[in-house]
Design a protein around this ligand. Structure first.
Ligand code: UGA
Length: 434
């Protein structure tokens, strides 16, 4: 199949490369010339495990190319994927500027019938409007069909998720378009859910919101566990073994961040508001998540008292490990609050120091050397469960810190291991040790 993919962010690029890998002929389009030049040399502008190898391989065998030219990119393409960003606007709704621009470009350059496939996360009903908008602006009398094909890829494991996802969702009100998309995706050998256009759009938001709700649920339980002396990790394990609940996304901690859960829950709430339904459950999910950051700060303040004159090492700054993404990272709010309370801050991250510099309070001393961050600090605070942070033995934490005090916002260490050390260990929803 001849396919074009518009947008080479992590979703578009991974989609394009993986479609080439299963045998399709793919051209990826982007307006960013520098990025396209890099990609044409087989270099990925983002780090995604396994992506660069597949990129080079498919470039070399001629199944994949990159261009900034819409004439070239859309020529002869039967299927056009839309994978541009839908950032958040001030009122929480999704900003469709990039989608609309891509739609206009398709309309101006399309010379043959095509199926438009939306990968971008867009509010319910948007695909229908995109179709109408493109149709009204078409330069040639061609026929277009539209399909919603939301993605469920996690940043950092997007290639793996493409080949090993739980399902592929394709939604369209056009049976021929559905059949075509089923055909395109067949080589992935994954279960395919076929549905109408609007339900597919909704599945994406509902899935992210449900995962966010699972995290906030276990974090709420963690609060109660801390009060009654239970261990939230044991509670999550016992709950998760019930197949109706499932054990994933029940890891208590400092809360979720990133570009997806906060944005998509906001967009869903904005969608509800526009239909006069305020989505109270999702409002609570967000509220609990916001409060997780404050809880960690309060734990530190309660233990250390006055923070003026105290040095605190924040370990891991990205919103999760194995990414350099700082968007909505809990580290930002924790740092702001600790700094406002007078603490002197150091920040460690193995990959995101330069990105962190743009969003963290300016006075935080940033380093990519874990030992240097911890050395001589009054306490260390784990924000992101990077391997480096989890692998440093507690004896090393104790040796490096001015006093052996560790606050773990991701429950990285086993309580028995903590007991065997001299570290005073505070974690989320588990008893304090030592
Ligand atoms: C998320 C979804 O998992 C993907 O399915 C979806 O495609 C993607 O959003 C998207 O909409 O594009 P991602 O944001 O990359 O993927 O990251 P996750 O691995 O889901 O983690 C999100 C946040 O939740 C992180 O801050 C993580 O630390 C936190 N988290 C996750 C927890 O606090 N507890 C958990 O049990 C799991």
């Amino acid at each position: 199949m001849n396919i074009a993919v518009i947008g080479t962010g992590y979703v578009g690029l991974v989609t394009g490369v993986c479609l080439a890998e299963i045998g399709h002929s793919v051209t990826c389009l982007d307006i960013d010339e520098e990025k396209i030049a890099l990609l044409n040399h087989g270099k990925s502008p983002i780090f995604e495990e396994g992506l660069e190898d597949l990129l080079e391989k498919n470039l070399q065998c001629g199944r994949l190319d990159f261009t900034t030219d819409y004439w070239e990119g859309l020529a002869g393409k039967e299927v056009i994927y839309l994978a541009v960003g839908t950032p958040e606007t001030a009122d929480g709704s999704a900003d469709l500027t990039f989608i609309e621009a891509a739609g206009r470009a398709i309309a101006a350059h399309l010379k043959q019938n095509a199926v438009i496939v939306t990968k971008s996360t867009v509010p319910v009903g948007t695909n229908q409007s995109i179709k109408r908008m493109i149709e009204s602006a078409l330069a040639e009398p061609v026929h277009i069909r539209i399909v919603s094909n939301p993605e469920f890829l996690r940043q950092g494991t997007a290639v793996h998720d493409t080949f090993h996802g739980d399902r592929i969702v394709i939604g369209s009100d056009d049976p021929d378009a559905l059949a075509l998309l089923e055909e395109i995706n067949r080589p992935f050998q994954l279960p395919i859910v076929k549905t109408d256009l609007r339900s597919a759009e909704m599945i994406k938001y509902a899935s992210n919101a449900f995962l966010a709700a699972k995290i906030s649920f276990i974090n709420e339980m963690a609060h109660l566990c801390a009060h009654v002396g239970a261990n939230v990790d044991n509670v999550a394990e016992g709950m998760g073994m019930d197949s109706r609940i499932g054990g994933k996304f029940l890891q208590a901690g400092v809360g979720y961040g990133g570009s997806c859960f906060p944005k998509d829950t906001n967009a869903l709430i904005a969608m509800g508001r526009s239909h006069d339904y305020p989505m109270p459950l999702l409002g609570s999910v967000q509220h609990v998540n916001d409060k997780q950051r404050d809880w960690l700060v309060k734990m530190i303040q309660t233990r250390l008292g006055i923070l003026e004159g105290k040095t605190i090492a924040l370990l891991g700054l990205t919103f999760k490990p194995n990414t350099d993404d700082m968007r909505e990272s809990p580290a930002i709010r924790v740092a702001e609050q600790l700094q406002a309370a007078g603490a002197t801050l150091r920040g460690y991250d193995p990959v995101a120091v330069s990105r962190a510099r743009q969003v963290m309070p300016a006075t935080v001393r940033l380093t990519d050397n874990l030992q240097e961050a911890i050395q001589g600090a009054d306490c260390a605070v784990i924000i992101t469960d990077w391997k480096q942070v989890k692998d440093l033995p507690l004896t090393e934490y104790a040796r490096l810190l001015a006093r052996p005090l560790l606050f773990d916002g991701r429950n990285c260490f086993d309580l028995e291991a903590a007991k065997a050390s001299v570290i005073e260990y505070h974690s989320i929803g588990r008893p304090i040790v030592n």
